[in-house]
Design a protein around this ligand. Structure first.
Ligand code: FMN
Length: 190
């Protein structure tokens, strides 16, 4: 019988990954991630979000419009042969809802990232993106606000969360492994 990862495991073990193998992710798998998004909580159940799936054959057209790992740039950039092999662009349909869809985006994206992680697919949620260029490159009509881009691939680096001490800035150690400082419960429960 297939052993499924628990939700707790997915929440605690998922980390942002920015270097990927070049193995292709099947379109059906990506479509299923959008299905997970479609079931996320939505304010007043309006569901204003839409999604554009970009598969491996078109992935190179997205790459120039993304910025990676600001705290350690350019070290965190995926190098040649480490690029994401797929993307999902998260769009707000302003014909359905003019504004106020940011919380919907958060809930939907987290469903996608955790659902991907369960299937061994690593991800990076990107907000530092060139929206006008992406809209032009992928013919995205004006009524869609581009919220963010989700990059996917099978992981080719490691990352671990650890309790924050002085700084919230993530860093890479001598083995190129990411360390992600997380504020402790003592700090965040007031
Ligand atoms: C809204 C949002 C936007 C982000 N934008 C970027 C981005 O443009 N580029 C990038 O490399 N990482 C981006 N990240 C990833 C964060 O850097 C990452 O989530 C954070 O360092 C914590 O690491 P973790 O996801 O492994 O817990 C973004 C994350 C969020 C939630």
């Amino acid at each position: 019988m297939k052993q499924y990862m628990t939700v707790s495991q997915a929440i605690t073990e998922r980390r942002t990954i920015r270097k990927f193998t070049q193995e292709e992710i099947p379109f059906e798998t990506l479509k299923n991630l959008v299905y997970f998004a479609s079931l996320a909580p939505s304010a007043s159940n309006i569901q204003p979000l839409k999604y554009k799936i970009i598969t491996k054959s078109d992935a190179c057209r997205m790459f120039p419009y993304l910025k990676w790992a600001g705290y350690i740039a350019p070290e965190g950039d995926p190098k040649e042969g480490e690029e994401p092999t797929a993307y999902i662009v998260v769009l707000a349909d302003t014909d359905i809802r003019k504004s106020g869809w940011e919380h919907d985006c958060g809930a939907s994206v987290q469903n996608i990232l955790l659902g991907a992680f369960e299937q061994g697919i690593a991800s990076c949620w990107l907000g530092a993106i060139d929206r006008p260029k992406i809209a032009e490159e992928f013919d995205i009509p004006e009524k869609y606000y581009i919220d963010s881009v989700l990059a996917f691939g099978y992981p080719a680096e490691e990352s671990v969360a650890e309790p924050k001490t002085e700084s919230i800035k993530y860093y890479k150690d001598e083995n190129k492994k990411y360390h992600i400082p997380k504020r402790t419960l003592e700090e965040i429960i007031i």
